[in-house]
Write a protein that binds this ligand. Structure first.
Ligand SMILES: [Zn+2]
Length: 148
């Protein structure tokens, strides 16, 4: 119920589609795997700055990274791996997953498939509600009856 609100308050929370516009398929895949393997050893948000420490799964090296929005709303990532030219590296992706999980809306990120299922469930609920309302003419007739 607070999803829309929390998204506005937390611009660092992404859905999977947004993530794919910021990072390569490979980085999203690797970043998700790093997140699941708890490679992100530390993460903190202060203002619009997300700082994190991530253990590189290949070198076991602890990498520091900082992410923030510039004045134009572009997400900037500065990771010690140095592989962030224009796109997010796997560490940045993992940090975003960690942050999103922490603020309580990991479902958009974790599986595009799952959120598609959720959407279908929501529209199914809407259909049920409509049937329910229109399927009770007797109730409407009662209410329409003169109350004398
Ligand atoms: Zn990196």
């Amino acid at each position: 119920m607070t999803e829309t609100t929390s998204f506005e308050l937390d611009p660092l929370v992404f859905d999977i589609d947004q993530l794919h516009t910021l990072a390569s398929e490979q980085a999203v895949h690797d970043g998700l795997s790093d997140f699941k393997n708890n490679c992100v050893t530390w993460a903190e948000v202060e203002g619009n700055l997300l700082s994190a420490t991530i253990e590189d799964s290949e070198t076991n090296e602890a990498l520091g990274l900082e992410m923030r929005y510039d004045a134009d709303g572009n997400l900037l990532s500065d990771c010690e791996c140095g592989r962030t030219n224009g796109e997010l590296c796997r560490h940045s992706v993992a940090a975003l997953f960690t942050y999103s999980a922490r603020v309580g809306s990991p479902k958009e990120l974790l599986s595009a498939g799952e959120s598609a299922i959720e959407e279908r469930m929501q529209s199914a609920r809407a259909e049920v509600r409509t049937e329910h309302l229109s399927g009770e003419p007797a109730f409407g007739a009662w209410h329409g009856a003169p109350g004398r």
